[in-house]
Design a binder for this molecule. Sequence first.
Ligand code: ADP
Ligand code: MG
Length: 725
Amino acid sequence: MSFTLDTPLAEAVGVTPAKALGRAFGMESVGDLVTHYPRRYAKRGDLTPILELPVGQPATIVAEVRKTQVRPMRQRRGKLVEVVIGDGIGEMSLTFFGQEWRANELVPGARGIFSGKVGVYREQLQFAHPEYRLFADEAEARENAERFAEIPLPIYAATSTLPTWKIEDLVTIALDGLGEVPDPLTPEARQAQKALPAREALQRIHRPETDADVHRARHTLRLHEAFVMQTALVQQRVAVRALEATPRPARAGGLVGRFDAALGFTLTPDQETVGIDIAAELAETHPMNRLVQGEVGSGKTLVALRAMLQVAESGGQSALIAPTEVLAAQHLRSITRMLGPELAAELVPTLVTGSLGAGERRRAALRVAAGQARIVVGTHALLSDTTTFADLGLVVVDEQHRFGVDQREALRAKGQNPHVLVLTATPIPRTVAMTVFGDLDVSTIRTMPAGRAGIQTFVAPIAEKPGWFARVWQRAAEEVAKGHQVFVVCAAIDTEATTVAARLDDVDDAPAPEAEDGAKGPRFGVRQVADTLSRQPDTQALRIRALHGKLPADDKDAVMRAFAAGEIDVVVATTVIEVGVDVPNASTMIILDADRFGVSQLHQLRGRVGRGGVPGLCLLVTEALEGTPARERVEAVAATLDGFELAEADLGLRGEGDVLGDAQSGTRSSLKLLRVIKDAGLIDRARTMAIDVLRDDPQLERHAGLRAMVAAQVGEVERAAMRKN
Ligand code: ADP
Ligand code: MG
């Protein structure tokens, strides 16, 4: 009998074990089982340090039996077997009730692997009724002691009903019956990359004889993951390039030239370079598909606007998609302002959002359908079927982290393959970009426009230093006294009304609920904070307004407009102001419950101030205690202004599963060994290999193994997407 990776598990290992594996790990096929790689390896010779075992957690250790004792139980009938096992330094006990026969096999000197939940009994570590397996080949072991002791012993992610050695047994059955498996690498590539044949790599990762086996097997399988993933992405990119798009060439002295001439400043070198790339791509006969990343305020929107002007040159329309209606409205205002009256009259920038009145919306839709509006701004609703464009040439997606491949596909279906430009202020490390946005080209704007006054960030740890809470509001008042404006951001719209006042009066109130990572439940709500500040002595004279998602759209817009016009001193808001809001006179960003936000979100919020000539101040108020991960996130943001550094820190703090998970859960589930940060070099190499292979053999006709694995991975991505819906 010979299995393939697609053979159903039940056929390979039997119905009951297959069910158990399915329940525990969602496995369905032989492929799922043989890619359940050992998490680590133990050595028969290296006993596991018992003293380091985490109490209350499941653990698997290699140890030797020291002492075995059978005695009657006090309270009830039957015998108790007590076994002491040791690692040479520490000892722990195993207990079995009513199983005297255990004493016959757990004899002093026997070695094995023991697995259970670590408990404590009379100050000694203990496993009650652990699972264990003794090394049966003890005789052989003694004969060949040195070599045997060095054989790595796989330890699998396991459950209480499926301990690691049961998984090992099932993997062995699957491997023994497994026939050929597809190998994505050609023999030449294997040699060049020092990789093992695929079948052998699987064998050695599960049943290594030496550490070198483990090393080479892991290297091989990691390379496979990177290579298959990059091949799928590059193929997707090639497919997009094969699509036809209307070229939108620039014209000397045209709209872009007129716009540039009227600008009160010169482009930064990066804006210039990225602008040249985009201009060239818009003139091509296949769709542009580009991501522009750069700090908040680095001038991405300006770059996008110039692209829109180039498209408008030949009568084409551009759609700008913003994450919220507030931001869409603001984009429209700032675009209209940047264009100046003449260009604005020519291009008719038009807002299309759900909050427009029926009549206004109809008129807007007409202007868009007739092609008169050459710049159209809105939210996702723009992608709905009801908006028709006369000639959609470019789609700009602003600050939309969750704008995945599918949405880009939907867009493409809407226009005649419009060019696509995605803007993001969340800097993405290059290899992550290659993984998550592998079908996009990436440009980076690193230089900031000159004349930025900079920003200082402080953490106000009000659990340890309650007095700082009042000080925060005094600072806010001082900034307003200097003629500046202040943002206050809360994690919630409403919370217990008492909290803010209690904090200011330093009255005891109920402790905040705490999450596992030390983050506190939201304590400060927009409405309560705005209300309390209006009544506190330090701040009551200030013009304070609340802004949040539950306000009618007109009100939100009015508040933002008034704030931008300097008619409000302090706006207390939820993260509706997270991205894009541009108020150069705002100097101060106060973030309450800062630990409730992610690193990149905090960084984005901070980017709202210190943008013009006014020096910025960011105060991160948190109750999270020193040393908790929640507090570390906040401290990390205070420690640097470098968005790229923070993005890497964010990955480190969040774990990359979350990062990839946001974007593409399918990609993530197909990555077992590969780590997008640590394996950056390998991913890079794999991308080059993928490009080389596809150049010679676009349909992978001569690369059957690779073709099969790409198909399997694309299938997995689709299955994951379907599970999500
Ligand atoms: P982003 O979209 O990256 O946050 P914007 O394009 O909105 O940045 O630019 C932020 C602000 O800086 C805007 O007011 C814009 O007019 C201004 N700006 C953009 N580029 C430059 C530049 N090269 N020199 C000076 N100011 C600039
Ligand atoms: Mg912007």
